[in-house]
Design a protein around this ligand. Sequence first.
Ligand code: NDP
Length: 449
Amino acid sequence: MDTVNKDLGKFMNGLVKRNPGEVEFHQAVEEVASTLMPFINENTKYKDAQILERLTEPDRIIIFRVCWEDDNGQVRTNRGYRVQFNNSIGPYKGGLRFHPTVSLSVLKFLGFEQIFKNSLTTLPLGGAKGGANFNPKGKSDAEVMRFCQSFMTELTRHIGADIDVPAGDIGVGAREIGYLYGQFKRLNNRLTGAITGKGYDYGGSLMRPEATGYGCVYMAREALDKAGDDLAGKKCLVSGSGNVAQHATEKLLELGATVLTLSDSGGSIYDPDGIDEEKLAFVKELKNVRRERISEYCEKYPKAEFLEGKRPWGVAADLAFPCATQNEIGIVDAKELVINNCRLVCEGANMPTDNESIGYFQANGVSFVPGKAANAGGVAVSGLEMTQNSMRIQWSAEEVDAKLLSIMQNIHSKCVDYGTENGKVNYVKGANISAFKKVADTILAYGII
Ligand code: NDP
């Protein structure tokens, strides 16, 4: 163990030195490296070939200026990025995030995680992430369109169906994908599967909007089943109120669970009666059409309480589904969840739980399923969208849903195979080792490139 800790310390020191100030990236790598180091030390071929060092250096990073004109005729400038992290097992694949907090550190953490997530899906997908420090909130449709067109004018030369296939993420939903793909089509004069998350009428896959949230709940059901438990009647905390949160809530309701909370960057709503289908339809209209704040829920449903500026983790419940953004569960939240007997944390978002809290959950008997396993359903259905585009067909919702379920069950089995220790499943270890092995063996096969 001493050698492992020494090797981990040395590796992390080097990584921090090479990537100064990129705290989110350091955090994501540390989570992976701490579970991989014993495995790498036991399998010296990976150590000798410096696989971890190679995997933590992106293939390339593209940074570009995005100029556009707002509705007042004022020129605006944002920064666009694409981090093409690793394409060993397939074309680069990963979402675009438009949010003021977007930085190189955030996109490197997301792109790095994406390598492992995509490997877990078993589909031929490499890892990437991109976006811009552009805030779509409060912008008119015309402003968002002009921004997307300018962004794609540069991005287009770096992507393609067999090269790099972006999709949505925070701040990039159906509207933005439409504008981005429209500009891609105009510039290239061709319709290809170079972007996923497209509308059904122009080549999108049924179930893509639902896939991340539904997949996350399928994963929770598998984890509960493994522990001899089930979802029916469980009280659930969901954070966020965007794509992932809405569809996780939808599937939880369908499977008989009760959802007590949702949130946005202004705070959380707590509905002691539970958020039913009708209330969820109101949330969808509020967030997707009117693009307003979640606090409005409490005006419409006065029995609900608005927890201003707060996350939902202080509310007593059985299961937690963080579906908003990174680092939304810190140690204080983790302790509250444990005190309230929460027995499963299943991450819909990417890295919503910090590393100290992951350790705390594991030490206190809370099943913890990391985002790279639990939210892989989204990219998996994006992979299925690429397949449908290549085949020039579109599958039915039932066909896609069945494939999604089977992929999530397969990811769960891999976590069990590689992560079981003393009769309990360590999902972080299982996901990391299983995902790493496939990519690492491929890198070895290619030689030193
Ligand atoms: P959306 O943009 O649809 O929704 C994001 C939600 O998170 C909103 O409710 C937003 O609130 C909230 N949020 C964003 N930033 C913050 C913040 N700093 N503090 C508090 N709340 C915040 O994004 P998605 O639902 O698509 O993505 C949610 C998470 O899931 C992200 O981590 C994303 O990377 C991950 N994910 C998404 C996939 C997908 O298919 N969409 C696939 C896999 C992972 P507000 O409206 O106030 O900004």
